[in-house]
Design a protein around this ligand. Sequence first.
Ligand code: ADP
Length: 820
Amino acid sequence: MADANSSQNSITLPLMPLREVVLFPRSMVPLFVGRVSSIRAIETAMEKFDRQIFLVTQKSNALTRPMDEDLYQVGTVTRILQLLRLPDDTIKVLFEGLYRATWTPDGMVVQPEDIETQIQMARVTKREEFCIPAEDTSELVRSTLETLDEYSKLNKKLTAEIVQAISSNDNCGALADAIVPHLRAEYQKKQEVLEETNTAKRLDMVFELMLREITFSNTDKAVKHRVRNQMERNQREYYLNEQIKAINKEMGREEDPQTEVNDLEKRLKEKNMPEEAREKGLRELKKLRHMMPSSAEYAVVRNYVDWVLDLPWNELKETNIDLPEASRILDEDHFGLDKPKERILEYLAVQKLVNKLKGPILCLVGPPGVGKTSLAKSVARATGRDFVRLSLGGVRDEAEIRGHRRTYVGAMPGKIIQSLRRGKFNNPLFCLDEIDKLSADFRGDPSAALLEVLDPEQNYSFNDHYLDMDYDLSQIFFITTANSLHSIPLPLQDRMEIIKLPGYLETEKRCIAKQFLIPKQLEANGLSDKNLRLSDLAVVDIIRTYTREAGVRNLEREIAAVCRKTAVQIVEGNDFDKVISVTRQNLHNFLGVKKFRYGEREARPLVGACMGLAWTEVGGDTLVVETALMPGTGKVETTGKLGDVMKESARAALSYIRSRSDVFGLRSGFHKEIDIHVHVPEGATPKDGPSAGITLATSMVSALLGIPVSNDIAMTGEITLRGRVLPIGGLREKLLAAHRALLTKIIIPKDNEKDLKDVPAEILKTLTIIPVEHVDEVLPLALEAGPDGIFPGRLDAAAPLFESLKQTTTTPIEAPAHPQ
Ligand code: ADP
């Protein structure tokens, strides 16, 4: 601290410390003064120092009684312009800065009675300025004034007049002093400016402070803007949400839709699924947030998200193939079916070796009720997969497989995806039932979509129209079932490995009933095996007279009916240990009158009625072809729901007969005088196929010649115009049906002889099989000679010719030894 006396310019003045304020020369500042010592200092200045007082800022604003060292070294000598005493004992003073000065303590004016009121006196020395010439600072001044202009826009207190007044300062030191009081800078910074004697440097400092404030202010503004926006948005959302809640409450809707959406979002994020699916789901959720929950679109989008969430995407059930165990399970669930089971085990073995599912799809083909679906179910059990079943019967629209696009009202995913949603895993065993019942129309061909589903090269990215993204089907084990092969589209057949399940023999049915169906139905109807004794003969009777089928579905149904009746008797008698015996004699009490005649052959040979063998979707069957003649004009009528092929067979048969009319002794042109009506009874069942050719011909010849057809003979074979007999399909099934019908002599096409190896020996034992190549061989076998060997009716005339035909007849063949 400089010696007070060393300078002549020094004067003594009362000192008043300032808190957080720096007063500058040439500025006028009003201040409120409350400290008693400060008021005293001002009063002293007013009274004794010609209104002059030295103001200096204290370094720390926390001190109420600062010591000398607590004050800065440089302060400002000011004049008191105005003084106003306020009612609360404070005073408002207007100071005018005169010049900057340094100071040294100059004793205290002590009021001994009151330490509070003692005044610090200071010896102050004017601080000389180091003025830089105006031409060197003109650039700085110009920029400062420009910046001041800009700054004035941020600081409202800087009015245009003030700016103008400030700008009128010609030297840069004064300009700096005029600007600083208006800045919002901290008092420490302002003190630095006060202490600076180099005028250019001082203006530079002010310029910098001003710039800093502008930058701060801009950033501040941007931040404020952002914060305000955010706040506004939050407030808006909050407000709207509250409104929605209130509306929901008003309408009695408990659940808040936003919580619902939040919940969906959480589930979407947590679920194990491909990223594509997750992103798509989240995108839809975003839409959902902005929708009214009661709107139709909300339901549509919500539904879609539900689908995405409910589908198993990556959930693989642990599967394992243990061949001995698989074989045990297949045997446990099904009697017989050795060949299909063997083929399935081969398939599983290969799968285990190659460790993937690539390979043909298995297709189980057979009549209804032979266990195709339940075999597929067993395979699922044997491989540890879940079982999913989809019936394709009646599916005629591609969209049923592949789904509708979401633009359609009420759009849904296709049946494949629908079935998968019901399960938890995406590697189930998927049974596509009745693939032969697919049909195509103008709406598209579902088999084309199925091709993609079943093709291992493509199905890892199956695109359902509704989901509109790829779904991986490649982990699914597909098995298809069909009743007949011929109605499966060829490209589909191409992708499948066919396993045939032929119908069961009576003995097999008996075993299935005993080992599987009866125990199953007893359990299903709450009976114990002691409650019901179903005799073997009763079971045989059920098979023969209450069912007529290749499979065992109706057999199971009839057994269930017996069980129900038993249950009624037990519950009515209130004796739960009661034993009910069902025998051949009392079976009708349980099942009512017999539904079928066992052995449908006619009681005696009839004219115009010939027994044929058919192979339908429900297995083999016998069918009678009847022909009636009446005077007419040569019309041929066919009834009995015959298909086109069968109708054509009838015409071919007639043409054959006409071409051989001389042999049969028929007048040429005979057909012009009569109408021929061919009928196949059980008219409600559609029938088609070429294999009734020889039956039709025999029936017509019989009617035309009036010779009855033998009633223990049945036949099957396609006929050509020249009477040749062509091979047919389904021989095994047909022979089973013939056996069921107690027929003994069966005429078959010679070319089918090779198929006899598939027919169980026990069946062949009961039949006489006669292979033929020509219808000429059939007629002498089928048409009955009279008791005296003479053919009755009109054939009498042609008897010698007919006799000659008979000579050429093939002899019946012996049943081949059959390994069983
Ligand atoms: P499909 O699918 O061939 O029409 P299902 O699989 O529905 O026939 O079979 C019908 C019923 O017959 C099922 O209850 C099944 O368990 C039973 N069944 C069929 N074949 C056998 C068999 N070989 N052993 C045991 N039960 C059988």
